[in-house]
Design a protein around this ligand. Structure first.
Ligand code: ATP
Ligand code: MG
Length: 160
């Protein structure tokens, strides 16, 4: 498998819900163990939809539901564990006490894919991550920008 960096500011149009799911599926099939995804975008921009696709790509059959109230949902059925977090309802001070670095540092948590909605609430960031910026585009669709940070690595061949 050839591992390359994603092109900086890789912009992908997502004209409909299915396109968001399909991009997620491709990510889920190809992301490397230990990947952290920071999902930015306004309310309803499609963050959870993308994670649902990632779950499918990982081979998770259980429905992926928004962790807005549960904060963290874990899925252990797929190729890699999926940790899905939504920090929307928390203040950064509360997030600091959650010891979320356990999800991307070696140690207690089995390495997997960590997908974080509302990462603006994080008081600290991982060294390496993929920033996924979703936005509304003209009409009903969305746009996404994939921005690797640090030495985030990924098999690009299935994405564009
Ligand atoms: N590319 C797209 N084009 C049009 N609609 C989309 C697209 N992607 C997702 N949607 C729709 O947008 C709505 C909101 O999606 P979703 O819940 O994934 O957003 P979110 O960013 O997680 O929101 P929140 O900030 O509330 O967590 C859903 O109805 C979903 O079907
Ligand atoms: Mg959501």
């Amino acid at each position: 498998m050839v591992i390359k960096m994603i092109k900086p500011n890789n912009l992908i149009p997502l004209p409909n819900f299915e396109a968001t799911k399909t991009l997620g599926q491709k990510l889920g099939q190809n992301l490397l163990e230990g990947s952290v995804l920071l999902l930015k975008g306004d309310l309803g921009a499609g963050k959870t939809t993308l994670v649902q696709g990632i779950g499918e790509g990982l081979g998770i059959t259980e429905p992926i539901v928004s962790p807005t109230f549960t904060l963290i949902n874990e899925y252990h059925e797929g190729r890699l564990p999926l940790y899905h977090l939504d920090l929307y309802r928390l203040e950064p001070e509360a997030v600091a006490g959650l010891y979320l670095e356990q999800y991307w540092e070696e140690g207690e948590v089995l390495p997997g894919i960590t997908a974080i909605e509302w990462p603006e609430k994080l008081p600290y960031l991982p060294l390496n991550y993929l920033e996924i910026q979703l936005s509304y585009s003209e009409g009903t669709g969305r746009l996404v920008i994939l921005q690797p940070v640090g030495d985030f690595c990924f098999n690009l061949s299935h994405i564009d």
